[in-house]
Ligand binder design. Structure first.
Ligand code: ASP
Length: 333
């Protein structure tokens, strides 16, 4: 039986990085998609690969337009017959790219994002194993209708919950609140529950240059950084608050001033768990922030809430009720 086709698009990152000096010093992204694929033993038994180098960037230098171009490339690949698509990139912003792709991925075929914590020439490089898992995930019938997935270290995560939770560990990727959606065991991809997919957003044809800043609050924050943002220069703001999304009383006033002009989302900076809804009544807690016009991110992390607001703003100014409705659906398991 012929193997299914999988398109692999490479964006750079550690997975594609090799030493920039003959002596084997610091690494930079150099490898093409073809070279990444060539380093994976046994891949041709799983799928017939169409490899394309989309960029060779460190992932902190990726941006929304690059990810939107990647989305369009992936859509073309499945339209041309690919059973699934794999995107390789740096791990630093992988959780954001995966979620941005997921917001717009409107195909049943799996789109799987992966990377590596060890560079291509390092002992025990994890890139080839992660690519193999990602391709297995991309061809698995059980992966269909699940939107965008992240394959890393034999685990499969939903794009909306996955996070890089360690700066250097080979096991850096986790879905802190809910755990991985699936595992790859003896070459088979197995999920713990059936697909549960929120409908994707429409991607407008014209590109808009939008800013949605994300601010983390801190002990003693009096709101001066938030007040320094000019509302006419942003499409909205996300605040990563303490605990269940809380800020100081002074910062709450700054939130109210900003929310009078543009949408403000409060999220939790803890790395796991939802924003509060009805527990605390003090100034700067959830009830007060909502009364001042802000909206809680629910279970979405600050970076993912920021991307959702950015994606909604592509269609024009974001109405607070629409934002609350979207967060209620997309920020809930
Ligand atoms: N440390 C990063 C990585 O794992 C570098 C990057 O994100 O490009 O790929």
């Amino acid at each position: 039986m012929p193997t299914p086709t999988v398109a692999i698009g490479a964006l750079g990152g550690t997975i594609a990085s090799t030493s920039s000096t003959a002596a084997g010093g610091e690494v930079v992204p150099t490898l093409t998609a073809e070279l990444l694929v060539a380093a994976v033993p046994g891949l041709d038994a799983v799928a017939s690969i169409e490899a394309e180098t989309l960029a060779r960037l460190p992932s902190p230098s990726l941006d929304e337009p690059t990810i939107v171009r990647t989305l369009r490339w992936a859509q073309r690949a499945v339209d041309a017959g690919a059973r699934g698509v794999v995107v390789t990139q740096g791990t630093d912003t992988l959780e954001e790219s995966a979620y941005l792709l997921d917001l717009f991925w409107d195909r049943p075929e799996p789109l799987v994002v992966t990377g590596a914590m060890r560079s291509a020439e390092a002992p025990g490089a994890d890139g080839p194993a992660n690519i193999l898992t990602a391709v297995r995930c991309a061809v698995a019938p059980a992966s269909r209708e699940r939107g965008v997935l992240v394959a890393f270290g034999d685990e499969v995560h939903e794009a909306r919950w996955v996070a890089k939770t360690d700066s250097v560990s080979a096991g850096a990727f986790r879905s802190p609140a809910f755990g991985p959606a699936g595992r790859c065991v003896e070459g088979e991809v197995v999920y713990g529950a059936p697909p549960h997919r929120v409908a994707p957003l429409d991607l407008p044809a014209d590109e808009r240059d939008l800013r949605v800043p994300l601010l983390a609050t801190w002990l003693g924050d009096d709101g001066f950084v938030l007040d320094a943002i000019r509302p006419d220069e942003v499409a909205g703001v996300v605040v990563a608050g303490f605990g269940a999304g809380h800020v100081s009383a002074a910062m709450a006033e700054a939130v109210g001033r900003m929310a009078a002009h543009v949408p403000v989302v409060f999220a939790t900076r803890t790395g796991s768990g939802p924003t509060g809804r009805a527990m605390y009544g003090y100034p700067g807690a959830e009830i007060d922030l909502v009364a001042r016009g802000a909206v809680g991110a629910g279970w979405l992390s600050p970076v993912k809430a920021r991307l959702l607001l950015w994606a909604l703003a592509l269609r024009g100014p974001v109405d607070r009720d629409l934002l609350a409705a979207e967060l209620a659906v997309r920020g809930t398991p």
